[in-house]
Design a binder for this molecule. Structure first.
Ligand code: COA
Length: 332
């Protein structure tokens, strides 16, 4: 059986750091409230004019250098993002041109915080049907849709993301083992952007009403996220006859430390099994999971063949889990 293996990972975050103390000067908030309610201390913010494709190109360039893969070898580029450079063309097309992937096709995928999981499944399906090299990106420029006068949302999100290289393997010690992926559109009211789509195109009125920013009913999202992310993590382990202690690293979506703690506790993970980097980056939406995976690989918290559980919950609602054995790492 052919499985899709992650043979490389790289990430990118913008240089500019926005701390809780910086936010204290912008909205009625304080470091103590933000840290105790969310676990976030700082987040990154893209430079003026720096878009999702620019950040993706930085991550992919590093990925190609480190794996020794040439851009022209790439068969497809899938980009999980809710902040594309433009509504169209796709960010994937812009990336293709910038990196010179002249044999690739690709597309953007809108799955919000679960987008990278959905894109991994899509990429794996391409690998299982004949593609040899697929780049899967999770990236978001959340600062482009944040209202920095709204303390309910602007403290939560940051910019950044990463990319993985998928390749086929027949070795059972590596590759994506299983996934559980779900959507529930009844959650749309709780987390969305009101204008700028076909329902409510941009007008002076929509801009004046600040409708091109994230709207969130934080409490509703919090309740669902803490239950569903835990359940879907437990479910995938049970389905595949694994126990919590078999997992080398659990990489949960980083939206709120309290959600992560609840999910980890419910699923039975010890602290040292759980990746936590929300303090540095906040919620980078589609970028969070590849950013987390890159961190654990670079810091050698995992090695080839280790069991990795990814889980996320986000707008839609969307949620899910992906279970995989990391590697075999391709080295240039
Ligand atoms: N600084 C200070 N006070 C703030 C604040 C801020 N940045 N943001 C909100 N508050 C206030 C509220 O106005 C409220 O005041 P009130 O009681 O006078 O109305 C109070 O703090 C408590 O707000 P509440 O909404 O109960 O806080 P909370 O504990 O639910 O935390 C979130 C709010 C947003 C951090 C939390 O609900 C959350 O993380 N939700 C899910 C986020 C998420 O997962 N989003 C992305 C999808 S993946």
């Amino acid at each position: 059986m052919i499985r899709a293996a992650i043979t490389g990972v790289a990430s990118y975050v913008p240089e500019k750091v926005l701390t809780n103390f910086d936010l204290e000067k912008m909205v009625d908030t304080n470091d103590e409230w933000i840290v105790s309610r969310t676990g976030i201390r700082e987040r990154r913010v893209a430079a003026k004019g720096e878009a999702s494709s620019d950040m993706s190109v930085k991550a992919i360039t590093k990925l190609l250098e480190e794996t020794g893969v040439k851009a022209e070898e790439i068969d497809a580029i899938i980009v999980a993002t809710i902040t594309p450079d433009m509504v169209f063309p796709s960010t994937a097309a812009l990336i293709q041109e910038k990196i010179g992937a002249n044999k690739a096709w690709g597309y953007d995928l809108s799955g919000a915080c679960s987008g990278f999981l959905f894109a991994l499944k899509s990429g794996a399906a391409l690998i299982q049907t004949g593609h040899k090299k697929v780049i899967v990106v999770g990236i978001d420029t959340m600062s482009s849709i944040l209202d920095y006068t709204d303390r309910n949302t602007c403290i939560l999100f940051g910019d950044g993301g990463g990319a993985v290289l998928l390749e086929p393997t027949e070795d059972e010690n590596y590759g994506i083992i299983d996934e559980i992926l779900l959507i529930d559109g009844s959650g749309a009211d709780a987390l969305h952007m009101k204008a700028g789509g076909s329902r409510k195109p941009a007008t002076h009125e929509t801009v004046d009403a600040r409708e091109h920013y994230i709207y969130q009913d934080g409490k509703s999202v919090f309740k669902r996220a803490s239950i569903d992310m835990a359940n879907v993590s437990l479910e995938i382990l049970e389905k595949n006859d694994f126990k919590a202690e078999d997992v080398d690293i659990f990489i949960p979506h980083q939206a709120n430390k309290r959600i992560i703690d609840m999910a980890a506790r419910r699923a039975g993970f010890k602290d040292n099994q759980v990746l936590l980097n929300i303090d540095k980056y906040g919620n980078t939406t589609g970028g969070t999971l590849p950013l987390g995976l890159d961190e654990v690989v670079r810091e050698k918290r995992i090695k080839d063949g280790d069991l990795v559980l990814l889980a996320a919950f986000g707008a839609g609602y969307t949620w899910g889990s992906v279970l995989l054995r990391y590697g075999p790492s391709r080295k240039a």
